[in-house]
Design a protein around this ligand. Structure first.
Ligand code: 13P
Length: 291
């Protein structure tokens, strides 16, 4: 079943008010762990690779791993290129079999953001069932090569959002509403729920048209996550949590087994730990049983 169009997957989630977990992976063990956890919970899934791991492993290798995992899984799975500010690299990943491309031109002027985003949309739509995610406003923090200082971050203007969606033809939309990449400095970051609600009503009020993405998923409290989903967020991005889990678990395992030289055991402990985190997120997002 498993290779599907992200837009269709997310329109269903928008209509039924749950969110699909979109999990950033940097290696094969993480990808396998994420897929296994989603299969066990019968949840639709978006695997994400940002630009650095996509370049390190190469889009072709990531594309083949994805196809192999997805074709044998009984759930719908997409492969998403995350936060790419380079139009040419977006096209390369689309050619390599990514099913979902995020062109992040959000640091550009509005008109230039539209121009670059539309170029990627036109290319991906010509190729076939490849969805494109665009961003308006900026999410603070660091995600791969995209760095935005807190005082540089700008929230998404709802009127501009409508124009952006219409003029670019994007399939999936990431409005900046105050979430941030990385670890939040406070337990209770200031998010603009009303802004999300307004944008969701304007774009998807009559019927779901362009699913909305919540970036900066790590570290938000469960009630906040549920509120963001209830207000219309149907793709929920998690990256930092999985990086920390990978590194902390590896470090703990090696510290506890200084005399052991068996990489397979480190991989197994990482896999179990990542699966635990994915189960947590899928439970919170309400996507279990929706595949
Ligand atoms: P976190 O790193 O805060 O989980 O954000 C992930 C993200 O938004 C990836 O695009």
């Amino acid at each position: 079943m498993a290779i599907v169009d992200a837009k269709e997957m997310l329109l269903k989630a928008t209509a039924e008010r749950y969110a699909v977990g979109a999990f950033n992976c940097t290696n094969l063990i993480q990808m396998e762990a994420v897929v296994e956890a989603a299969v066990e919970l019968k949840a639709p899934l978006i695997l994400q690779a940002s630009v650095a791991p996509s370049k390190f492993l190469s889009p072709a290798v990531i594309g083949v791993i994805y196809k192999t995992l997805a074709q044998s899984a009984p759930i719908p799975i997409c492969l998403h290129l995350d936060h790419c500010s380079d139009v040419q690299f977006c096209k390369l990943c689309a050619d390599a079999g990514y099913t979902n491309i995020m062109i992040d031109a959000s640091k550009q002027e509005f008109s230039e953001n539209i121009r670059q985003t539309k170029e990627v949309v036109d290319y991906c739509h010509r190729l076939g069932n490849i969805s494109v995610e665009g961003e308006l406003g900026t999410v603070s923090g660091v995600e791969d090569q995209v760095k935005v200082a807190e005082d540089e971050a700008q929230l998404c203007d709802p009127q501009q959002a409508m124009a952006f969606v219409e003029q670019t033809g994007i399939d999936i939309f990431a409005p900046a509403i105050g979430t941030a990449h990385g670890v939040y400095k406070t337990k209770d970051p200031r998010l603009d729920f009303d802004r999300l609600k307004k944008i969701a009503e304007m774009i998807n009020g009559q019927k779901p048209r362009v699913p909305l993405v919540i970036h900066g998923g790590t570290g938000l409290q469960p009630d906040v996550v549920k509120k963001l989903v209830s207000l219309g967020g149907s793709k929920y991005n998690v990256s930092t949590d999985l990086k920390h889990t990978l590194i902390d678990t590896t470090y703990a395992y090696i510290s506890d087994h200084r005399q052991e030289y068996n990489p397979g055991k480190i991989d197994a402990s990482v896999k179990e730990a990542i699966k635990g985190r994915i189960s947590y997120w899928i439970g919170l997002l309400g996507s279990a049983g929706k595949a």
